[in-house]
Design a binder for this molecule. Structure first.
Ligand SMILES: C[S@@+](CC[C@H](N)C(=O)[O-])C[C@H]1O[C@@H](n2cnc3c(N)ncnc32)[C@H](O)[C@@H]1O
Length: 398
């Protein structure tokens, strides 16, 4: 039988803003022992909707519906249809390409991410709330994609560290079909192999796809730095677009090996160099050595996982931006990203402004981008607009 949880007055006010997260402090009365679908009621006993419960998370319930009727099979089928239609509309279902199919709460699947790498789907469940959604998405997505791409395998990569906070063990494996020996994907005119079982996240950072295209468009004849490069997609796309030399820096040995193989395969190995290093230190060393680049991309990991970590993160981003500015010549482009959801777009721009002042440079914000449309930003869930990617034109001395 479906259990009911009761919101406090504050919880109800917050719920009515449209934000789908209900914190443990905003519930009153008994709660289920683990993850489960729950009915939501207000402090006066009125029905508010439905949510998925997590017993061990500060986010106790993630709302899935504000309707009277309990979500059933048809409800989830409509949600899957909607998600696939959005990617189809955006032209993201090219059989050799990659895209995010389900972006967690923003697509109405709390805590669940599904990425597609050509014909391989990779599912990642990060909360007790999303555990029940895994079989539903694994069985429901392949037939919905059939007009666009044949799904060869469905893989689970539920091994992110956040699972520990919810008392969930890691789970990695092939759920259906046969995983090809190499998962080959094309982005723009770069072909590369994704490590879906061992790579970061579900295997790649798909959220930067559009920003990589925008950077590539600036790179003909340019010298390019790709700092925190992972598999080097910014750098590889820059090289394919005609960059004369590309330096990629990351601390991951595996990523460096994949990058070298992809550079070879895409015919740009003579212009793309990988250096395994601490990128923060490398930026300073490059400046000391007098190196300058026409285009620099700095895409570090999240510095703040929550609001408590904000002050340290702000210092970190400011320092990185200051170091990167020293490497970009007048007229050049600095592309600086932050994937910390706790750092708002306006706070990020302010941090970059302080870095510019400290560096004594005139810097212009040409474009502030987010993730691609396959990582939808739900207006009532600001946390879903986590990626900020600032395109900064670097001028002369201030
Ligand atoms: C957000 S990802 C970069 C994604 C990449 N730009 C892309 O488009 O695919 C951050 C990367 O930073 C790397 N990293 C984290 N800390 C680092 C450090 N101190 N020095 C160098 N690389 C680091 C990680 O290995 C990861 O590949």
């Amino acid at each position: 039988m479906t259990e009911t949880v009761r919101l406090t007055g504050r919880g109800r006010r917050r719920f009515r803003t449209g934000h789908p997260w209900i914190y443990a402090d905003d519930l009153t009365g008994p709660r289920p022992g683990r993850g489960a679908l729950v009915a939501l009621e207000g402090p006066d006993g009125e029905r508010l909707g439905w949510g998925l419960h997590s017993a061990d998370s500060k986010i106790a319930v993630r709302a899935v519906s504000r309707e009277e009727a309990e979500p059933d099979e048809a409800f989830w089928a409509r949600r899957l249809d909607e998600a696939v239609a959005l990617r189809a509309c955006a032209g993201l279902l090219d059989p050799r390409g990659a895209c995010r199919l389900l972006h967690g709460d923003a697509d109405g699947f709390p805590g669940l991410v599904v990425d597609r790498y050509a014909g391989v789907l990779v599912l990642q469940s990060g909360a007790q709330a999303s555990e029940e959604l895994v079989p539903l998405a694994a069985s429901g997505l392949p037939s919905r994609l059939a007009d666009h791409v044949e799904v060869a395998a469905v893989v689970e990569r539920s091994d992110a560290s956040v699972r520990r906070l919810e008392d969930l063990p890691p789970r990695v494996g092939v759920l259906a079909g046969e995983l090809p020996e190499r998962v080959e994907v094309v982005e723009g005119d770069v072909a590369w192999t994704v490590d879906v079982l061992g790579g970061h996240k579900t295997g790649a950072y798909l959220d930067q796809r559009d920003n990589r295209a925008r950077v590539a468009a600036e790179c003909a004849g340019a010298s390019v730095l790709d700092a925190f490069c992972y598999d080097g997609l910014f750098g590889l796309r820059a090289a394919r677009a005609g960059a004369r030399e590309v330096l990629c820096v990351d601390q991951s040995r595996d990523a460096g090996e994949r990058l070298a193989a992809a550079a070879e395969r895409n015919g740009v190995a003579d212009r793309v160099r990988f250096e395994r290093a601490n990128a923060t230190k490398a930026l300073r060393e490059l400046a000391t050595a007098g190196r300058r680049f026409d285009v620099a991309v700095v895409d570090p990991p999240a510095f703040a996982r929550n609001r408590r970590e904000l002050p340290g993160a702000e210092r970190g981003y400011r320092e990185l931006a200051r170091r990167a500015l020293a490497l970009v010549d007048e007229g050049g482009l600095l592309v600086m990203a932050s994937c910390s959801h706790a750092v708002t777009p306006s706070a990020f721009v302010e941090i970059l402004g302080r870095a510019a002042a400290e560096a004594g440079r005139r810097v212009f914000l040409e474009h502030l981008a987010g993730a691609g449309v396959d990582h939808p930003a739900l207006l009532t869930l600001p946390e879903s607009a986590y990626l900020k990617c600032a395109f900064l034109r670097v001028g002369g001395r201030a």
